[in-house]
Design a protein around this ligand. Structure first.
Ligand code: FE2
Length: 325
């Protein structure tokens, strides 16, 4: 059962092919962000230009012919409208051409389920951290199987905070890794730490770090921004672990690529006797493989949507999506 999945919610146009719960290929092209950030129409144009090439590469890598594809999955949301539309229309064209069913996938579910798969976990507390999202979640079976949000950012996503800070001090905003690199030799500077129950906030921290950028060294600010924001995530995640009495913890999303965050969360899990897991880095960044993986499960569950009712939802909340498997 070969399923092709398309991801296009933000900077990445990705295509993956899943079969029998395995990912056979995971190809992508990524839009490089300039000083002005992401302009949705420009990114959408980039996706249009790259769609055919990435699909071809994914098929070739998987050694699958297009006619062997039995179902098409695509990211319905959340994300930027023009970008999501490119994936949606590509999926519709392929599904119509091949006369196969189509399934719309929630982007966050893609990140979480692929991490849960690689971690080999059943019912973990999940920390989902990316540019636009920062949430703590756990599966809830009622009224339908879905991810319940236990805690989340009260303002911006943590990745967004790192990128805005990097841009603000004249560094290349390379998905937080710039801050991570600059943090290596830094020391501690006091910055706002904002946690409320299992929720957290990053804007006060960002504003103060930017304000101090003229008088405090760059390395110290990067170090402190990273350590303080990750500590906020660890405190709230630990609270969720304790309250749910869970024996599993996993981290997913673009920021889950951070070695330091994994190290800190690993210690939290160890303290509580919980297992700790995450996906390989290529599946933490946005990718089509995770969409194909979830789409195959939805396909098996017969969760198809008639092509004329397929659309996009820029603010598709994770709780609204039914979880299969
Ligand atoms: Fe993402």
């Amino acid at each position: 059962m070969a399923v092709l999945g398309i991801e296009s919610s933000a900077h990445t146009f990705g295509v993956g092919i899943a079969m029998d719960g395995n990912i056979l290929s995971n190809e992508k092209e990524m839009y490089r962000i300039g000083k002005g950030g992401m302009i949705p129409n420009k990114v959408a144009e980039f996706h249009i230009d790259n769609a055919a090439g990435v699909i071809d590469r994914a098929l070739e890598e998987a050694s699958i012919a297009l006619r062997e594809i039995e179902c098409i999955g695509y990211t319905k949301g959340p994300g930027m409208g023009p970008c999501l539309q490119v994936g949606e229309l590509t999926a519709k064209m392929l599904a119509a051409r091949l006369r196969v069913p189509i399934v719309p996938v929630n982007h966050g579910i893609g990140h979480i389920e692929i991490a849960r798969h690689f971690a080999g976990q059943n019912d973990p507390v999940v920390l989902y951290v990316s540019g636009g999202n920062s949430q703590i979640l756990k599966i809830d079976a009622r009224p339908y199987r879905h991810y319940k949000v236990l805690g989340e950012t009260m303002d911006i996503g943590i990745g967004n905070m790192f990128d805005t800070f990097a841009r603000g001090i004249g560094l290349d905003p390379a998905w937080g890794s710039t801050v991570e690199k600059a943090a290596q030799n830094g020391g501690y500077v006091e910055l706002p730490y904002t946690v409320k129950g299992m929720d957290f906030s990053f804007t006060g921290l960002l504003t103060q770090a930017l304000r101090l950028s003229g008088s405090v060294g760059r390395e110290d600010l990067c170090f402190s921004l990273r350590e303080i924001s990750f500590s906020m995530l660890c405190e709230t995640t630990e609270r969720a672990l304790m309250l749910t009495d869970s024996s599993e913890l996993c981290v997913c999303g673009g920021v889950a690529q951070s070695q330091r965050l994994r190290e800190m969360l690993g210690l939290v899990a160890k303290e509580h006797g919980a297992s700790f897991g995450f996906a390989p880095n290529e599946f933490n960044a946005d990718n089509g493989g995770m969409i194909a993986f979830v789409a195959e499960r939805m396909h098996r569950g017969n969760y198809h949507v008639p092509i004329e009712r397929c659309g996009i939802l820029q603010r598709y909340r994770i709780e609204e999506a039914v979880v299969f498997g």
